[in-house]
Design a binder for this molecule. Sequence first.
Ligand code: UFG
Length: 335
Amino acid sequence: MKLLVTGGLGYIGSHTVKALYDHHHTAVIVDDLSNAKESVHHTLETLVNDTIPFYQADAKDIDAMRALFENYHFDGVLHFAGHKAVGESVSRPMMYYHNNLNSTLTLAQLCVEHRVSKFIFSSSATVYGDQPSPLHEGLELKKTTNPYGETKAISERMLTDIQRAHPSLSVALLRYFNPIGADESGLLGEDPQGIPNNLMPFITNVASQRIPQLNVYGDDYETPDGTGVRDYIHVSDLARGHVLALEKITEGVHIYNLGTGQGTSVFQMIEAFERVNQVSVPYRVVPRRPGDVAITYAAVEHARDQLGFQTEKSIDDMVKDSWRFTCNQKGTPSS
Ligand code: UFG
C-alpha cells in the first residue's frame, strides 16, 4: 500500500515508516519539523534502502495536503502529527485544539474527497481518564485531565461520526500506552526538542549527565513500591501494531489498545536501566505530579485476537535500545 504518513519524522512516525517498508509498503512523509529533525529523513532512506518522498508541511494546511492527495493516490493515511506535551497543553490550550483537531479534520475530509479508505489515528490511553486498569476498549470514556487528552478524545469522536456518514471508511483508533525504546539500529529514537516530558527521556538525560538527577514523582502511591506504574511498550512493537491495523481493518471504526498488559514502576525502570546499561541514574523522590494516576496498563486481548498483535520486546530490550540511541547522539558519553 502507498501511505501518507503525517509526523513521519517524529518518534513514533519514523519507526512506523521503517516498519511499513519492512512489510513492503511505501510512504510519503509530511512533517512540519516542529518536533523532529530533517536528518531523520536521510536516516530512514538509508535504513530502508529506498527513496522516501518528504514534504515539509503542516498537516492542517488543506491546500498543501490536497496537492499531495492529487499527486499520489494513497491507499491510506497514518496521522501522527500533533502536539503532545501534557503540561504545555494546559498553558496553551488554543494551540492544542487548533492544531490537533484541524489536522485530523483536514485529513479526514481529504480521505472522503479522494476516496482514500484507510485512516489510522494516533490516539492515547489518556482518553480513558482516571479509571482502574486493565483498561479495555469497551470502557466508557471519562473526561480527560488536560487539553492534550481532550484533543485525542474529540478526534476519536470526530472520526467516528465521519465514518458513520461515510461507511466505506475504515478507521483505526490506536490507543498508545507508554512508548519507549528505539530502533535496534540505534539510528532512530526519541529526540525531543527542549525539556523532556516523559520518564525515559529524563532517565537518558540523567544517565548522560545532561541533567543531574531524576525527580521521581511520588513514592506513596498504592503500588508495590509506592511509585507510579505504567505499561511501557517498545516503539518498534508499537510501530508493528500500526502495520497490522492497516492490513487487517475493514469498513467501520476499530479501537485497539497498543500496550503489553504489564505494569512497571518508576523504581523498577530505574533498576532495569542501571543493571542493563551499567550506568547510574541518580534520583530523588519529590511530591506527586498533579494529574498522575497510580497505575495504568492495557487490556491486550482485543488487539491480540483481532489483529494478531503481540509484543516481542522486554523492558530490558527497551532500556538497552533507549540508551544505545542516546549514546549514538553526538556528544553523549557512552557507557
Ligand atoms: N515520572 C517521574 N519522573 C519524571 C517523569 C515521569 O517519576 O521525570 C513518572 C510519572 O509520575 C509516571 C511515570 O513516570 O508515574 C510515567 O510518566 P510519563 O510522563 O513518562 O508518562 P505518563 O504515563 O504520565 O504519560 C503518558 C503519555 C501521555 C499520555 C499519558 C496517559 O506521555 O501522552 O501517558 O496515557 F497522555
